[in-house]
Design a protein around this ligand. Sequence first.
Ligand code: CO
Length: 135
Amino acid sequence: MITRLDHIAIAVPDLTAAIERFATDLGLHLAGREDVPSQSTTTVFLPVDGTQIELIHPMEGRGPVAAYLEKRGGGLHHLCFETDDIDADMDRLKRKGYRFLSDEPQPGAHGTRVVFIHPKSCGGVLIELAEHPAP
Ligand code: CO
């Protein structure tokens, strides 16, 4: 079951400039940074009232974010909802005809398991589901 908006991800061609914009200019709290090798992505976290903005940037210039930036430049990349049972939600949505970008959840930032719903199944919006590890 989906429980909350986990984060909004913005693809940025220049990570330093984006951190300057969101942390210094807009004044959001810069909480951390993590490389996520399974997605070839460097992620920077800026929490805001129960959710967070994630700046995403290609790790070593490769991967899905690099392809996105090449095609469209920077911009809103995806929404992520937290789920308390990613396997159950995936099964339920697959039965309704939703397509996913991978057959199984993959390791995400913060020890999460994540999966992306194909944007063609969601009116052009890329949606990620994330299950956080049990505390
Ligand atoms: Co994400």
